[in-house]
Design a protein around this ligand. Structure first.
Ligand SMILES: Cc1cc2nc3c(=O)[nH]c(=O)nc-3n(C[C@H](O)[C@H](O)[C@H](O)COP(=O)(O)OP(=O)(O)OC[C@H]3O[C@@H](n4cnc5c(N)ncnc54)[C@H](O)[C@@H]3O)c2cc1C
Length: 240
């Protein structure tokens, strides 16, 4: 029962025991996420993708877990089942409390992940920087899901890994962009908000300053990737 991917209307429900490869192979999801395979190729290796479950990735609670960042930006809910058969649902963005600490009791397991599918007005992107392109954990990773209607951002969700003690959903940055016009000015302002919401540590994957720089570049990269006819790097760095 922990396995499987189902789509009903605009809602996708995924069993927490589902693997990255099962997501990769899902025909319908590849149409909702046209770059799904490109994104998932950045996650470990085929052997690991065949084994690694989403529940495992969430509970492993690495601040740079790729699939955690992916599902955070989709503003996913998780359903948790306890040994009495009772279920509760909470937003993944409220699951993590502090480093490797999360809202799960001894007798509970994550049963499903649920999120709204991207629409014609919404755009999803995933970015990852690591020392090696493949089979490496990220220095910084990020995902974004941005809805735009008539040039205005109607909904935005950003998640960053490797920049905080937990996989970080950017509450303030996401909120800041809601209702803003899709322009370099609002994106540059949002980048400032983003820098206030992160606090990367220096470690083997890079210094704190370097990770802040990576986070900035990935933040801009989302907009350049999702709206290539509107933005180039020059729109952002000449102001920075
Ligand atoms: C060589 C290597 C490279 C890797 N590279 C990457 C990478 O590039 N990016 C990345 O994100 N990750 C990477 N990983 C981690 C990997 O993606 C998985 O996150 C990790 O292996 C845990 O998933 P699992 O299914 O194996 O979980 P397990 O090891 O089986 O479980 C991990 C923990 O979660 C608990 N758990 C599992 N499922 C549930 C559930 N449904 N509810 C409650 N608790 C649960 C288990 O009890 C255990 O405590 C890598 C791992 C390896 C070994």
């Amino acid at each position: 029962a922990l396995k499987g991917i189902s789509i009903k209307g605009n809602i996708c429900t995924i069993g927490a025991g589902t693997t990255v490869s099962e997501l990769w192979n899902h025909t319908e999801l590849n149409t909702y996420f046209p770059k799904l395979k490109t994104h998932l190729k950045l996650v470990s290796s085929e052997q690991i993708r065949n084994m690694a479950s989403f529940g495992g990735n969430f509970v492993n609670a690495s601040p740079i877990g790729d699939m955690t960042i992916f599902f955070l930006a989709l503003n996913s809910d998780i359903t948790i089942l306890n040994s009495n058969g009772n279920e509760r649902t909470l937003a993944l963005k409220h699951f993590y409390k502090s480093y490797k600490t999360f809202d799960l009791q001894e007798d509970e397991l994550i049963k499903t992940i649920r999120f709204k599918l991207p629409t014609r007005a919404s755009h999803f992107n995933f970015e990852k920087v690591s020392k090696r392109t493949h089979l490496d954990i990220a220095s910084v990773n990020s995902a974004a899901h941005i809805s735009v209607e008539n040039g205005t951002i109607s909904e935005a969700h950003f998640a960053f890994g490797g920049v905080y003690e937990i996989p970080r959903y950017l509450h303030k940055t996401s909120e800041f962009l809601n209702g803003k016009s899709l322009t370099p000015t609002s994106i540059l302002q949002a980048q400032d908000v983003m820098q206030d919401e992160i606090s990367p540590i220096s470690d083997v994957r890079g210094s704190s300053d370097y990770k802040r720089l990576l986070a900035r570049q990935l933040f801009f990269a989302h907009f350049m990737e999702l709206f290539p006819s509107q933005f180039t790097l020059n729109d952002f760095i000449q102001h920075a």
